[in-house]
Design a protein around this ligand. Structure first.
Ligand SMILES: Nc1ncnc2c1ncn2[C@@H]1O[C@H](COP(=O)(O)OP(=O)(O)O)[C@@H](O)[C@H]1O
Ligand SMILES: [Mg+2]
Length: 262
């Protein structure tokens, strides 16, 4: 009997709910069902307070759902204990946050190697080599020995991206990774994430409030008031047939369609 998740599915969430507070209950997520294929690049968009970060934190095993099941990379994370969970996180997940949380006293290279220090291992020469490769990949081969304060915001975020990839995670979660950057650095960072997605087949889930940026991913999931309101592939955005058929159902508020109709 084989009841493992098929390899092509990287993540499956079933009926995820989240309630904050005991005396005053605040339900933030309602029956979220989500399936993500291996190598997919997905954006989660939605208004502020709609539950995007809560969902991403649950997916990233940084928080537990109130109910529901979550299977990532073949592991049912909702059944793991704290020790197993933190081990799973370190091995299988990479994180990129809006504020990069680089340690100011350490160089770019040391920051990229930080996850291995956290796992109480001093980095092997092989791992150091990988860190250097990753820094080159994000265009910072000249800046390996620079401290964060000597780097621009976009460069700092690129160090954080390299750091998220050091353990070769099959899945990277990013919460508003460009929320703090100017337009130019924002598109550069997105291009970079897409490149990593293509080259390393890393699955990406990226929370953003920027619809234009989200349209560069494979798929957009829109969360409103803790529910999946829309879920559609971005190539559909450029497909006129899709718009004619699906517009009344999915895209009532979509500016792009309005622009097209003009
Ligand atoms: N740790 C927490 N305790 C209580 N309420 C929380 C907590 N984190 C988030 N919330 C509430 O959950 C809702 C969704 O928040 P969040 O997931 O951060 O939204 P988003 O990332 O879409 O802006 C908000 O109403 C927020 O106040
Ligand atoms: Mg958020």
């Amino acid at each position: 009997m084989d009841n493992k998740t098929p390899v092509e599915i990287m993540l499956k969430a079933s009926k995820i709910t989240k309630v904050y507070g005991k005396t005053i209950r605040n339900q933030v997520l309602f029956d979220i069902d989500l399936e993500i294929k291996k190598g997919e690049f997905m954006s989660i968009i939605g208004p502020s307070g709609s539950g995007k970060s809560t969902l991403l934190n649950i997916i990233g095993a940084l928080d537990r759902p109130t109910s529901g099941e979550l299977t990532i990379d073949g592991k049912e994370t909702t059944r793991l204990n704290e020790v197993e969970l933190s081990d799973f996180r370190n091995r299988s997940l990479g994180f990129i946050f809006q504020f990069h949380y680089l340690l100011p006293a350490f160089t770019a290279l040391e920051n990229v190697l930080m996850p291995s220090w956290i796992m109480n291992k001093s980095p092997s020469p092989k791992l150091k080599g990988r860190a250097k490769e990753l820094l080159s990949m994000v265009g910072l081969s000249e800046k390996m020995d620079s401290k964060p304060a000597e780097l621009s915001g976009g460069q700092q975020q690129r160090v954080a991206i390299a750091r998220s990839l050091i353990n070769t995670p099959p899945i990277v979660l990013a919460d508003e990774p460009t929320g703090n950057l100017d337009t130019e650095s924002t598109s550069q960072v997105y291009e970079l994430l897409r490149e990593i997605n293509r080259e390393l087949h890393t699955t990406f889930i990226v929370v953003t409030h920027d619809r234009r940026i989200a349209s560069k991913s494979d798929r957009i999931v829109e969360i409103v008031d803790g529910r999946v309101q829309k879920d559609y592939p971005t190539d559909a955005i450029n497909d006129e047939g899709f718009w004619q058929e699906a517009y009344p159902i999915y895209c009532k508020y979509c500016k792009k369609y309005e622009e097209k109709r003009k």
